[in-house]
Structure formats: structure tokens, C-alpha cells
Write a protein that binds this ligand. Sequence first.
Ligand SMILES: Cc1cc2nc3c(=O)[nH]c(=O)nc-3n(C[C@H](O)[C@H](O)[C@H](O)COP(=O)(O)OP(=O)(O)OC[C@H]3O[C@@H](n4cnc5c(N)ncnc54)[C@H](O)[C@@H]3O)c2cc1C
Length: 378
Amino acid sequence: MQKVDEFDAAVVGLGAMGSMAMWRLASRGARVVGFDRYEPPHTLGSSHGQSRIIRSAYYEGPGYVPLVRESFELWRELEQESGEAILTMTGALMIGPPESELVSGSLLSAREWGLEHEMLRPAEVHQRFPRYRLRDDEIAVYDAAAGFVRPEKAVAAALACAKALGAEIHTGVAVESAEPGAVRAGGKTWRARHVIVCAGAWNSTGLLPQLDMDLEVMRQCMVWFRPRTPELHTPEAAPVFVHGTAGSAIHAYGFPSVDGETVKVGVSSDDTAQHPDEIDRVVHPADVEPAVRYVQWALPDLDPEPVRSVICLQENSPDRHFVIGTLEPGLSVLAGFSGHGFKFASVIGDIGADLALNRGTSRPIEQFDPRRFAASRR
Ligand SMILES: Cc1cc2nc3c(=O)[nH]c(=O)nc-3n(C[C@H](O)[C@H](O)[C@H](O)COP(=O)(O)OP(=O)(O)OC[C@H]3O[C@@H](n4cnc5c(N)ncnc54)[C@H](O)[C@@H]3O)c2cc1C
């Protein structure tokens, strides 16, 4: 007798990527079940902290631009369907020495895709957006199609929409194993034609033995400061920004005030890799110090005494590019979203639905092939 699958798709991990995959699968009429070890949206993974930058002139590579374009449309669709405000447009400043990867890469993407952008000298930045201070040897690329997404609202909205469309959601349930066509969780085996694993930092813990690459998890800290002149930090007055230095992967980044009272700033950390279950969640003075030093010289209107801070996990692939694809028939992975994946979550969720329901996608994901490191590991 032919075996009947209970679900069309099972999703492991309901953070940014999993919640969006649930929504997109359910939107297409699929019977879908999803699991999370915690209660998303939560503060123990990678998708918390009030805001995530979305930008178009992508310094990480022009290949990301078509995906980010689509992600804007899908964020708006999620807003319409859920009635939640998720995306705010502010423009973005990509700041650094002209030869930095941040500036030259942003320009490359802007020019290759004909994106609306401007080159601004330090005095021009200060005149238009007075809160910023640049060094004389720096410039800024102003990327018009940019802003921020609210991560907790987005995850909650996607899960609520999926549920309203009939999706089955199990939270507080850790998946023990995932294989083509089946997931083991909560003492049961759940059958599904296709399994999508998007467990964020926990992708690195052996859940997917088929994944032939080393994923590493890094501890990052986000810090909130109080402005002295709040009108300089509104979404209208202050674009989101990324500020880089020549020859270093360390960037500062920040937002306008999302809550009308505080401003979030982060400085990326290249700390050593850690197991996600062993991460120290306590914020220590050394964690906030780089952001304090940064606001003292670059955002002088902020009172440098932090008012809030939180730890967040970053999951990196060896080249810090995403890992998206089918590992074997019936099993796909959405992983390695590093410090820049959230903005794409809406379209990545839709790609997950393509992989599960159509066994492939027309979206340009070749550069994210999960097998790209296999040869170098032999
Ligand atoms: C400090 C910081 C700042 C960032 N800033 C930006 C930004 O400005 N713009 C941007 O685009 N991106 C940004 N990112 C990156 C972005 O936030 C991440 O790429 C994205 O959130 C990753 O989503 P995810 O779904 O892979 O992981 P998560 O959202 O963490 O989801 C994984 C989920 O899987 C669940 N899970 C794990 N194991 C299991 C299991 N065995 N069974 C069931 N469930 C399980 C977890 O509980 C979790 O809910 C930032 C990241 C960090 C850390």
C-alpha cells in the first residue's frame, strides 16, 4: 500500500527564515507543520532587538540585489495581510574610506543594477543628516531604497498569518532529528514530503550531518543610547547606516530611533566561535565598550551611557554567504545568514516554499549552494 505523507512540508526552527517559510508555504495552500525549541519571537537566537537594516546597494555582492528587491515586495505583502507595520524606509548611509569594501562594493551593486544612490562628502552628510560625524578621508554612499524591518513583529506576523491559513505550529518542542520525509520531535515521528531545516545558530550542532561545511556561531552585542536632541534621530532625519574601515571586517551599524526614546548601535565582533547552548547571555562592560567608543566619535549627540543591551547569535558559513538549497530529495537547508540575513527573510521563506513544493526555484541561489565547500574539505 502506498504511504501517505501527513504534511507537504515540515519546518524546523521558526525564527526569521522558518516563520517566513511557514507563511509562504501556507499561502500556497500547502499542509505545513513547524517546530521551534522556544516560543518565537524570542531573544535566544538571531532575530531579536527591535530593528534590522534593509538596503539595496549590496556591498556583499551584486548577486544579492534581485533578492532584496523581491524581499521589499514580500515585506509589504506581509504588512497588508497581518495589519502590522513591519518595514520603515529611511535610506541608508554606507560610510568608509573610498577604497573600503563597504563603499566600493555598495557602488558596484548600485551601478550594476542602476540603483538610486548619491556620493556624499563628510560636510554634505553632516548638513543633510546632522547627527553623523565622518572623518575627512571618508565618504558615504547614500542608498535610497533602504530602511529597517522590525524582526519580532515580522516573525510574529508571519506565524500568525501561517496559522490563520491552517499551518500547524509546535513551540517549546526541540526537533531531535531531521531527514528526508520525516522529523523526530516530542517523542513522535512527523511525516512530510519535504523537510526544511532553518535552525539558525543550532544548524551548527549536528542536526544536519549531510551539510558538508563548518558553520560557526558568534556572540554579538546590540546597545541602546539616549539622544540629547531626539529630532536628529527620527526615521525622517537619520538614515540607517553601516560604517566600515579599510581592510577590516569589523563594522559599526545603527538605526534612527524606532521607539522615539532610544537609538540602537552595534559594532560587529569577530569573537571566537562558540556552541549556541554555551553562549554567555550576560552583557559585560567589554561587550558594550566598542559601541560606546563608536558613538563618542561618530554620533556625538548620543549620551554615551548605554541604557540597554542584549546578546544576539550570529551564524556564519565559511565565506559568510548564505547556504540555501536541497541537500537530498525531501530535505532542504536555509542557513548561514550571518550578520545580514534578516532583510531577505521574506524572499528566503518563499524560496523555501519553492524548494519544498516545486523541487527547485527560479530565484538566483546558485551562489548559495550548500555543496560549495565540499571539494576543499576532502
Ligand atoms: C547582532 C545582529 C545584528 C544583525 N543585524 C542585521 C541587520 O541589520 N540586517 C539584516 O538583514 N540582518 C541582520 N542580522 C542577521 C539576521 O538577524 C540573521 O541572519 C537572521 O535573524 C537569521 O535568522 P534564522 O531564521 O536563520 O535564525 P533564528 O531567527 O535564530 O531562528 C532559528 C530558530 O530555530 C530554532 N531552533 C533551533 N534548534 C531547533 C531545534 N532542534 N528544534 C526546533 N527549533 C530549533 C530556534 O529556537 C530559533 O527560533 C543581524 C544578526 C545579529 C546577530
